[in-house]
Ligand binder design. Structure first.
Ligand SMILES: [Ca+2]
Ligand SMILES: [Ca+2]
Length: 530
């Protein structure tokens, strides 16, 4: 008997080192009729507030399942998580995965709950995933559908978030997350009164690595009058669709609202494989990617302004003939101030790479800098392998695809090479560089010894101003962009995930053609004519 007891103790202690072995499942079902202790569907807790986050309740590594009934189940309460998981052993909150509980879990704040999901603890995953699709809906919340600030390692996945701020409040964000290594993914965020997601905006951390603050990926946003996402330094943004579709009747927006699809206040970002779409411009508009780099936060902490990578994205409008008062830019690289940043730089902005993007039908500049002071020093900037078609249509043939303002730099500090720039139906093909305008890529090439191209790519389907049916992949027969790109270390796959290069040579634009059968030699590179 004594031996058996010792053996059991040994097993218990041994198992304690293996979190999976003693990870528990817990259950919430508002209609459960059992003993309400959370240990099974029959005995499920009947409300979020009855979840036991104490010592004998939910522990790191455990999963709490919420019943969605056979089709759906509505909870009119905030889900507040009361405990941290640990690194490698997160606490998971999931929608039901068992028969009879796999309907949609709906958290409906009825426009009186301040928060939908409130997670003030770390290493917590909240996922609405069931069979790879969204099974968690959060709606009619006064301020934040998700609030999780000053946290590490949290994940918010597979949610349909909508009708936040009663569509009219000027103090609502659908999502607000700050801290380190957090994630918001596979979600649909729409019909929000003001901002979509505010990600790491608390500015108390010094973050110098890509993705160190978090990642925002595989999300779709629409009908949001202010920024779809506002990001602080250290967020990666990839594989999202940002649709600026706007219904000003249902979501009027607030005084001074300007829609940026991404508005950043610092550097250290990778933005790739996204689809940025502007339509229905009126009622809010500023830029698709507005990289506004501050030197110092309001709290006195210097920011890492440098290190920005933007590649494999589509940037397109549906209204190249837009003539209203809104300034809708594509990628705007805006210098905010010349305070010494976290690198000690005052007028230096280092490591900005814009590679393999496709820009079409922009009424204003698709790619431009803003607010460069005298003596501005961009360093290690490369703008390569991008397609620009029908740019700056508001200015017609005077339109520019690329504008890099004047400053203290040379053509080797800001390399513009291997791009296709075509004026298209009503735009321009200019490059404005160091205070001079080059009306065509050929003019720019001859001044700086580059190999930009002026041809028109053969897209699979493209008609100026028409989004329906648009397909900006290259025809296999294309002789403009296909196999004319420069080799790059950074971009080893395309927007579809096809590995680059195919057929030995990078294609220009967001897509690499997988089907072409001819090989065309690479254009010469590195020629300097002075
Ligand atoms: Ca903004
Ligand atoms: Ca190729």
């Amino acid at each position: 008997m004594k031996k058996l007891k010792m053996l059991m103790w040994f097993l218990l202690i041994g198992f304690a080192g293996y979190s999976d072995a003693n990870a528990a499942s817990w259950y919430v079902d508002k209609d459960a009729t059992g003993s309400n202790i959370g240990t099974s569907w029959a005995n499920a807790w009947t409300s979020f507030s009855s979840i036991n986050w104490g010592g004998d309740g939910v522990a790191p590594g455990d999963t709490v399942y919420i019943s969605g009934g056979p089709t759906s189940k509505t909870y009119n309460a905030t889900l507040t998580v009361g405990k941290s998981g640990s690194a490698g052993n997160p606490i998971a909150i999931r929608t039901g995965q068992d028969t009879g509980h796999t309907g949609t879990v709906i958290i409906d704040g009825q426009n009186s709950l301040i928060y939908g999901i409130n997670v003030p603890y770390s290493y917590v995953t909240v996922s609405g995933e069931y069979n790879g699709s969204i099974n968690l809906e959060v709606k009619n919340i006064v301020e934040n559908a998700i609030r999780s600030r000053g946290v590490t390692g949290n994940k918010f996945l597979y949610m349909n978030i909508h009708d936040i701020g009663n569509r009219t409040s000027c103090s609502s964000y659908a999502v607000t997350i700050s801290g380190r290594l957090n994630e918001l993914a596979y979600s649909y965020i729409h019909d929000v009164s003001r901002e979509g997601s505010v990600l790491d905006h608390d500015t108390t951390l010094a973050l110098s690595g890509f993705g160190e603050a978090g990642s925002y990926h595989h999300n779709t946003t629409e009908n949001i009058p202010e920024d779809h996402i506002m990001i602080n330094q250290g967020w990666d943004v990839y594989n999202n669709t940002f649709d600026q579709y706007r219904n000003s009747t249902t979501v009027p927006g607030c005084a001074g609202s300007y829609t940026d699809l991404i508005h950043s206040l610092g550097g250290t970002h990778r933005v790739y494989n996204n689809n940025f779409l502007i339509r229905n411009v009126e009622g809010g508009g500023n830029a698709m990617v507005f990289m506004e780099v501050f030197g110092v936060w309001g709290n006195g902490r210097p920011v890492y302004r440098s290190n920005i990578q933007i590649y494999n994205n589509l940037f397109h409008h549906t209204d190249p003939n837009y003539s209203g008062s809104r300034n809708i830019q594509g990628v705007m690289l805006k210098w905010h101030d010349s305070n010494a940043d976290a690198y000690g730089y005052t007028n230096t902005w280092d490591n900005v790479y814009v590679y393999n993007n496709t820009f079409v039908d922009h009424p204003y500049g698709p790619l431009l800098t803003n607010n460069f002071p005298a003596g501005m020093q961009p360093r290690h900037w490369e703008i390569k392998n991008n397609i620009f078609v029908n740019s700056g249509t508001r200015s017609g043939a005077s339109g520019n695809a690329i504008v890099i303002e004047n400053g203290n730099y040379s053509a080797s500090d800001v390399v513009i090479n291997g791009n296709v720039i075509n004026a298209g139906a009503a735009g321009g093909a200019g490059i404005s560089f160091r205070g001079s305008r080059y009306a065509t890529p050929a003019a720019y090439n001859s001044a700086f010894g580059r190999n930009n191209r002026g041809c028109m790519p053969s897209f699979i389907s493209y008609s100026p101003g028409t989004y329906a049916g648009r397909n900006l992949r290259l025809q296999p027969s294309d002789s403009c962009a296909l196999n004319f790109g420069l080799p790059l270390n950074l971009v080893d796959s395309d927007l579809d995930g096809i590995s680059r290069p195919k057929f030995d040579v990078w294609d220009i634009g967001a897509y690499e053609s997988p089907t072409v059968d001819q090989k065309i030699p690479m254009p010469p590179t590195g020629i300097e004519i002075k």
